[in-house]
Each structure stands twice: as C-alpha cells, then as structure tokens.
Design a protein around this ligand. Structure first.
Ligand code: TXA
Ligand code: MG
Length: 373
C-alpha cells in the first residue's frame, strides 16, 4: 500500500526510509546533549538506534516527538500503547512496521476528550451516553468516520469506521492534550505477543524500534479496552475488556456478541481483525483449565495455588478478578521467561470464573492457548 506523506507535508521530508516513525536524525544525533533523555537502552544486535526512556515529567518532550512524526509508547490505564500521529500516514505505517502488524488490522485512535473524538466520527445518542458514563476509561467505540475525519485511512485499515477512545490515565491525557492530534495506538508489543503493562515490557519487544517510551509505571487495569461496535442497529461486543459487558448492558440493554472464538477461527470474514485467534502468545505452550499441575509445568494460579509446580505466578490469591486482570500479562511474560529458564514444557492455567473482568481474562488466555499460525 502506498502511504507516502501528502504533498507539502512537513513530515514527508528528511525521514529515514527504513523504519518510518523513527525519531528525526537531528534529534537522534543530538540526544546526548538533551537533558530530557536518560541513558537509552541499545537496540538488540548492537545497532545505533536507541529508545529513550522518558520520565513522567517529560510529557512535553513525548508530545513534541509525536508532532515530529516519531513513535512514542505511553501508559494508559489498560496497557501501554504504541503511539503515533494518526493524521500522518508515515507515522501510522511506522506503527505497523515497528509491531510487525498485518495492515488489515485497524488501530484505535486516542483523544483527550469525547468532543475531540466525536469531531472525527459520527456519534449517535448511544455513543454519547456511553462516553458520558465510561470516558475517560477502558471502552473503545467503533463508529462511522465523518467525511472530515483527519485520521489517515491506513490507521483504520481502509474501513469506513473508526475505533475511538479516551483513556483514563493522567499521563496519557496530558500527552494527548499536548500533542494536539488524534494518536493511533495499538498495544505496544510485537504483533502476536503478550501486551505490555510496564515500560520494561515495552522495551523488551520494541527497544530500538521506537523513539521513546513514557514511563508511567504499571498499568492499573491490565487488560485492553472493551471494543464495542456501534455501526449497526444493535451494539456488538467485538472484544471483552476493561469495562464489563454487564455495565454496558445496564446502560444500553442487550449487547450482541461477536462470533465466539472457535467459530471466529473458522470464519474467513472476521468482523474485527483483532479477533484473530492466536494472539497474546507466550513462547511456551499454554494448557487451560488446570486442576492439577505436573512437575515440568509453570503455573498461572487463580485463588490458592495448586501444589507441585516448578514455578508459579499468582494472579490473585484471594480470587479478585481486578487484581487478576492487572497481573495477567506480567504473569504470562514472567512464567514464559522463568519457565523456559527452568526447562518447563508448558504453562498450566487454573480456571478463572467467566464473569465480569473474568470474561476478558479468559478471552486473552484462550488466545494464548490457541494453535499458533
Ligand atoms: O486498551 C486498549 O484498547 C489498548 C490501549 C493502548 O488503548 N489498545 C489496543 O489496541 O489494545 P490494539 O490495536 O491492540 O487492539 C485494537 C482492537 C483490535 O482488535 C482491532 O481489530 C479493533 O480494536 N479495531 C480497531 N479498529 C476497528 C474498527 N474500525 N472496526 C472493528 N474493530 C476495530
Ligand atoms: Mg494488541
């Protein structure tokens, strides 16, 4: 697909051709003289590309990088996002390149408030009621693009709809206000891998591939936003997430469900490309519904841990689903690394109840356990 800058676009000039969205050369060369940049981590393989780690006091620098067309990972209440200027085709192409993400999978655009979001999409009464109730927060709305929508078509993968959200994280909101444009941001992980909930997770996957990560510590919710499609007559839940379906139904009445996982896998026409079955995959195989654990298994525990595992990570000893969601992706990453180090054959996962946030947790676990492509 051709995604060159529009004629006269300030970002169309002087950009590196190999990784669109990389920080401008002048800035890269000057980084050591800039007090805002901490000691950067080197790219794996000894390349000269570095990813700056920006502290919470450096939002203005992160916003400036976004305005220059560079890619900046930033914290949201759900997971870290890999942000780029959604109106800049090159920045958006850079997001896909940095993640290794298929171009048919559209991105969510992030805004500082509902008014800014609804300038780019048509919001009906349902959308306005949901925004009033859940924004800022972990709910993404898929709505029809306005003809005046500023967002580059590639960000929406060429669809006539757009996914929009206002995140509930003070650093994210500050960044979005200061950046002054819609920010396209998928989760800040390599495509198919586990979503990041700390800056360390981001750097594990993307160090050397993006300009900076804004450090906001651990993300409080821990699973991605709920994605709700409002483009048809009835609302449809495309992805369970941080806002429970029950809370949405309390406001809107019954909400349709997208195809269940197994049916989605068989279907050639997925309603939302993010419904792809294998996703969030650690490198060790994953076994669900474990009621006992073998000596060569790494255990992801919910409630009191099963005895006998080689290594174990507790999602929540007391069986609290919010705590479990917040600890899910960090646990999968840790068990994957530690389990592999100790020669484990797989990760065994104890059952998690299918209610409230448990629906989102089980959705991510089912994808982690799904056959790999
Ligand atoms: O919590 C979150 O939503 C995080 C943070 C960074 O905001 N973002 C995130 O983005 O999870 P991503 O790209 O990993 O997931 C976006 C999901 C995908 O399942 C995608 O297919 C779906 O939203 N999506 C985006 N635009 C869509 C559209 N126009 N129609 C249907 N689905 C869409
Ligand atoms: Mg993702």
């Amino acid at each position: 697909m051709g995604h060159r800058g529009r004629p006269g676009d300030r970002r169309g000039r002087g950009r590196r051709g190999d990784a669109a969205g990389w920080q401008p050369a002048a800035l890269r060369q000057g980084r050591l003289a800039q007090p805002g940049f901490r000691l950067p981590r080197r790219a794996p393989g000894g390349g000269d590309r570095v990813t700056a780690r920006l502290g919470p006091g450096e939002v203005a620098r992160a916003a400036a990088l976004l305005r220059q067309g560079a890619l900046v990972a930033f914290p949201t209440e759900t997971v870290y996002g890999l942000g780029g200027d959604a109106t800049d085709g090159q920045a958006v192409a850079g997001i896909f390149a940095a993640k290794g993400r298929p171009h048919f999978n559209p991105l969510i655009c992030h805004y500082p408030d509902a008014e800014a979001a609804f300038a780019d999409v048509h919001a009906d009464d349902r959308a306005r009621a949901l925004a009033a109730r859940f924004w800022p927060g972990a709910l993404t709305l898929v709505l029809p693009r306005r003809p005046t929508c500023r967002v580059d078509l590639l960000a929406g993968a060429g669809l006539d709809t757009l996914a929009v959200r206002v995140p509930a994280h003070p650093l994210a909101l500050d960044l979005l206000r200061q950046a002054g444009m819609p920010v396209a941001a998928p989760s800040a992980n390599r495509s198919g891998q586990v979503s990041p909930t700390t800056p360390e997770h981001v750097l594990d996957g993307l160090s050397g591939r993006i300009a900076a990560v804004l450090d906001g510590g651990a993300c409080p919710v821990g699973v991605e936003s709920t994605v709700l499609d409002l483009t048809g007559t009835g609302p449809v839940l495309l992805r369970p997430g941080g806002v429970e379906a029950e809370a949405i139904e309390a406001l809107l009445g019954p909400v349709g469900r997208a195809l269940p996982l197994a049916a989605a896998a068989a279907s050639q026409s997925l309603r939302s490309p993010g419904l792809m079955l294998s996703h969030y995959a650690p490198s060790l195989p994953v076994r669900l519904g474990a009621r006992s654990v073998a000596a060569d298994e790494a255990l992801l525990a919910f409630g009191p841990a099963l005895p006998g595992a080689a290594v174990a990570w507790s999602l929540s000893e007391g069986g609290d689903l919010r705590e479990a969601a917040a600890r899910l992706f960090a646990g999968l990453r840790w068990l994957d690394a530690e389990g592999a180090r100790q020669g484990c054959a797989r990760i065994a996962v104890m059952p998690v109840p299918e209610t409230g946030l448990g629906v989102a947790i089980n959705d991510r676990l089912a994808r982690a356990a799904a056959p790999r492509p």
